[in-house]
Each structure stands twice: as structure tokens, then as C-alpha cells.
Ligand binder design. Sequence first.
Ligand code: LLP
Length: 385
Amino acid sequence: MSARQYVSQLTKLETPYYFYDMQLLHDTLTRAVSEASKYGYKIHYALKANFDPRIVSAALQAGLGVDCVSGNEVRTAIESGCPASKIVFAGVAKSDREIRYALGQNIFAFNCESLQELQVINALAAEMGRTAQVALRINPDVDPHTHQNISTGHADSKFGISYTEIDEAIRTLHTLPNLQIVGLHFHIGSQIRQMEVFENFCLKVNTIKQWFADQGVEVQYLNLGGGLGVDYEDPDVEPIPDFASYFGTIHRTLKPAPHQQVLFELGRSLVAQCGELITRVLYTKKNASGRDVALVDAGMTDLIRPALYQAHHKIECLTAQGSECSYMVGGPVCESSDIFDKTAMLPKLKRGDLLAIRTAGAYGSAMASRYNLRDLPRSVYSDEL
Ligand code: LLP
């Protein structure tokens, strides 16, 4: 159920805030787990998408592991009750302090992104008298056909070990006694909606995995990262992403060795649709070019995706109805990029109207900032109303 169903309760609350539909979250997690388990696949929740405590706890309750990209994320996962054996630690530039902390916690595996990082983890593990389990993040050079700021798997990227360095990576591993290679890790980008992209990706993974096997390196698992996209234009058409097609496509194309497990690190597809940013209209006016402008109390500090990636989030009015016209919807931050939409179709708005900015559960509150000394957005949960 979207925020629209709770409008009488929501309108009494001080804005802006993130509203989370906990039933939709639960249903989404359950569907993802059941589709993945048809093929024995395991999912780690990409904590970076949303670290709200209730969201994290729902993911853990659904049986997911956690994919972390900083020492603080590893700490949050552990403090939220995730067993260390279900934590993977990715991140392109892990500091020594973060690595030491994760080694001390005995996490399941580090996803390593350079040959030098392998040497550093080996040295720190030796100092602590431990052996670290590692997965090599290989950059497969696949075009994800998504926004350039969220694509990671092309050749000219800071992420991963280049597939041209694989031989050297294998030679390096033989010289590092405190590392045990357990997996191969990949992630090509985010908000991917075309299944053919995942097909091409799996074909590449098959080839790369075979190179390793040919060199005598048989890993325990393949980690395909995240990336499944959601419908930002029409959130009510597909409130739960099509996990059946996603995992089905992978199952048809990926050819793991018989003993090899397949892991995923999903973020957006699990939590995007359950979250909406609720904001109130503060002022309305017409600008010099004749455009209707609605100024609201949420800004780019609450949801930066439109400003940073030109992302489009559907905006709905929860309190007014009637014939619609085009509005520029902007926030209070002193930046001209603090605009949620330049052509949102909305009924005639007045001061005090409540708007819902949809599909904001992933990379919304998690990317909030205190720029302009604004308050961080609060959370409101459907089952606590
Ligand atoms: N694994 C790795 C290694 C990643 O880098 C990411 C996301 C994920 C998994 C989860 O990907 P997902 O399933 O959520 O697509 N802030 C941007 C998205 C950045 C994604 C960063 N990495 C946005 O708002 O679109």
C-alpha cells in the first residue's frame, strides 16, 4: 500500500519524512528469497541502499546476509544481529583500520578490488595471526546501459581488477599465505532493467570463471553483485520487481561448476518501492517564463538522486485532486539543482498540500546530508501509524 492509503495519519505529522510501507517491504523480501532459493541462490542485502534500522532488521529476518562497503557498515550489520559468517565486505578503497576491524570480526569474505589490496589484507591478516577469505572483484567490461554515474563494469572504471590482470592476480595469490581465495565477485552497475544485459554479463562470467578453473583455481562461489532496477515511472504497476525473470535469466545463462554457490548483493530492487519521501508545499508561484513553481520542505539534502543523476521520481499529491497542470517542484536548498521535477503533472496546489515522492526507499535517506545545516529526514513506518 502506498502512502495514499494512510493520508489521514500522515497529514498530521511534521514533514519532511520517509514513509515506509512495511508490508510491501516484507512481501518484496519474501518474493526475492523464494525466487532465488528455487536455484539455491543466496542474497546479501546491499546495506548502502538503506541502513534504516527497521529496514535492516526486516532484511535480516528474511534470512539475507549483508553486503557492506565500509567498516561502519560492517559494524552496523554486526550490531543489527547479522552473523559475521554472512557478511561480505566490498569497497574499492578499504582503509587499514576498516580491514583490521573486519578481520577481527571474522567476516565471511573481503571482495578485493586490486592486486595491491590483496597484499595489504594479507599483511594485516598475518599481523593478526589470521587467514582472510577473499573474493576477487573482476571487472568484466560489460556495458550495463544505465546512467554513467551508476555504471561500474566498463573497462575504464576505478572498480575491480581488470580482466587483463587475471594471470597476475593468480600468481600474486600464490605468494600470499594469509589469504584464501573463496570467490569471484562482479558488479556491473545499478538500475538495470534489460534482461539481455544480465545475459551478456553471465556469458562473460562463464568465460572468466573458466580462465580461473584452467589455472587450477576453483572458487567456492560466484558473487554477481546487484543491479536489478525498478520502475520509477509507474511504481504501482510493478511494486515488486520481477525477481522471477531476473533469477530465471541468470539460471538459464550462468554455468557454475557443480559445487559452486551463486550469491547476489541486491539493494535497490529490495527497498526502493517501499519508501516515499513525504513533503509539504510551502509556497506556490509563477516564474518569469510562466512556469508554475511549487516550493516544498524537502530538498536535495533529503533525496539527492534527481540532482545527482537526473533521476526521475514520480510525484503525487496526497491532498488535492482535479485537473492537472505542469509544475516545477523544488526544495529549499540554495542550489539551482535542488529540483525534484521540472514538469510534474499535479492538481492545482496550495500551501500545505502533501506530496509523495515515490520509489525513494533506495539511496534516498542513505544519501541524505546536512548541507545548509538542514535536519536529516526522519522515518515513519506504516505499521507504527
Ligand atoms: N554490490 C556492489 C559492489 C555495488 O557497488 C552496489 C551498488 C550493489 C551491490 C547494490 O546495487 P543495487 O542492487 O542497489 O543496484 N546511489 C546510486 C546507486 C549507487 C549504487 C552503488 N553500488 C543511485 O541512487 O542510483
